[in-house]
Design a protein around this ligand. Structure first.
Ligand SMILES: NC(=O)c1ccc[n+]([C@@H]2O[C@H](COP(=O)([O-])OP(=O)(O)OC[C@H]3O[C@@H](n4cnc5c(N)ncnc54)[C@H](O)[C@@H]3O)[C@@H](O)[C@H]2O)c1
Length: 271
C-alpha cells in the first residue's frame, strides 16, 4: 500500500546515477509552460529555468504562480508570469500576443494545465463534463491555433500537450476526464499534419504521478495502488519523470519526432 507519508519514491534495488543538468541547454529559448503553479507544470517550468530558458509561467492560480516566479528569479532564472484562464479564447489570444510583443517569439509551448476530478459516471453532471472538456481540450485548441502561426513563420517550434495513460488503461471515476484527454491525443496527432517545417507537435501521456492534486484526492489513492502493481518500475511516478521527457521533446534534437504520444508510466502501459 502507498500512504501519504511513505510513497515509494525510490525503486528498490536500483542504483541510478545522478541526473546531469546543462545550465545553457535552453538558452535563447522562449518557453511557455501552462499549469506552472504546481505539480508537473511547476517542476517542468523549474527544470527549463535551470537550463537557461526564458520561461513564461502561465496559470489561473495567481498567488502560487507569483510565489514560483519569485523563487525562480531569486535563483537567477529569467521568468515572467501570466495569470490566464485558458478556457477563455480571448484571454489566451491576448496572452500569446503579449508574449510575442515582449519576447519576440515562442520556441516551445508546454501545455500542462488541466483538471482531473474523480466522479463516477452516474454522478457526472453535464456542467462537470463541459468544464472538464473546456479546461483540458478547448484550451489545447485555443493555444495551438494562437501559437502555430508564429512558429510557422519562424520555421521552428515545439508544441507539447498532455494526454494520459488512462486513455489506454482507464480507471473508474475518470470517464469524462479520459474522454477529454483522448481528444487531446487525437487533436495532437491530427494537427501534427499541419504543423509545417521545423515545427513538431507531440504529447506526454503520464500514468499516476505523485503530485499535490493526486495525493490529496482520496479517490486517486486506490487507483495509484492498482497502477503501481501494474508498473514494471516499482516506485511512484514523480513530476520530474514527466519534466525530463518534456525537456527531450522540447529540444532541437527531436526534429524527426512528431504526432506522437510519449507514455511516462513506469511500464504500467505498453504502446
Ligand atoms: N498527476 C497525474 O497523475 C497525471 C496523470 C496523467 C496526466 N496528468 C495531466 O498532467 C497535467 C498536470 O497534472 P498535475 O497533477 O500537475 O495537475 P495539478 O492539479 O497539480 O496542476 C494543474 C494546474 O493547472 C491549472 N489550471 C487549472 N485550470 C486552469 C485554467 N482554466 N487555466 C489555467 N490554468 C489552469 C491549476 O491552477 C494547476 O496549477 C494535467 O493536464 C493532468 O491532466 C496528470
Amino acid at each position: 500500500m502507498t500512504t501519504d507519508t511513505t510513497p515509494p519514491t525510490r525503486q528498490p534495488g536500483a542504483n541510478i546515477p545522478p541526473i546531469k543538468i546543462y545550465p545553457d541547454k535552453f538558452s535563447n529559448h522562449v518557453i511557455v509552460v501552462t499549469g506552472a503553479s504546481q505539480g508537473i507544470g511547476r517542476r517542468t517550468a523549474s527544470l527549463f529555468a535551470s537550463q537557461g530558458a526564458s520561461v513564461v509561467l502561465v496559470d489561473i492560480a495567481g498567488e502560487k504562480l507569483a510565489a514560483l516566479a519569485t523563487e525562480l528569479t531569486a535563483q537567477g532564472a529569467t521568468v515572467v508570469q501570466k495569470v490566464c484562464d485558458l478556457t477563455q479564447e480571448a484571454a489566451v489570444g491576448a496572452m500569446i500576443e503579449e508574449v510575442i510583443a515582449s519576447h519576440g517569439k515562442i520556441d516551445v509551448l508546454v501545455h500542462l494545465a488541466g483538471i482531473y476530478p474523480f466522479i463516477p459516471i452516474l454522478n457526472v453532471k453535464t456542467a462537470d463534463y463541459a468544464r472538464i472538456m473546456s479546461v483540458n481540450m478547448d484550451s489545447c485548441f485555443y493555444l495551438t491555433r494562437a501559437i502555430l502561426p508564429f512558429m510557422q513563420k519562424a520555421g521552428y517550434g515545439r508544441i507539447i500537450h498532455t494526454s494520459t495513460a488512462g486513455t489506454l488503461a482507464p480507471s473508474p471515476g475518470m470517464s469524462a476526464y479520459i474522454a477529454s484527454k483522448g481528444a487531446v491525443a487525437a487533436f495532437t496527432r491530427a494537427v501534427a499534419t499541419e504543423a509545417g517545417p521545423g515545427v513538431t507537435i507531440n504529447a506526454v501521456s503520464p500514468a499516476m504521478i505523485f503530485t499535490e492534486s493526486t495525493w490529496s484526492n482520496p479517490g486517486a489513492r486506490g487507483v495509484a495502488d492498482a497502477i503501481l502493481a501494474r508498473q514494471q518500475v516499482k516506485r511512484v511516478g514523480l513530476p520530474s519523470d514527466v519534466a525530463h521527457m518534456i525537456c527531450f521533446i522540447a529540444s532541437p534534437e527531436s526534429e524527426w519526432i512528431t504526432g506522437h504520444m510519449f507514455d511516462v508510466s513506469g511500464g504500467a502501459v505498453f504502446t
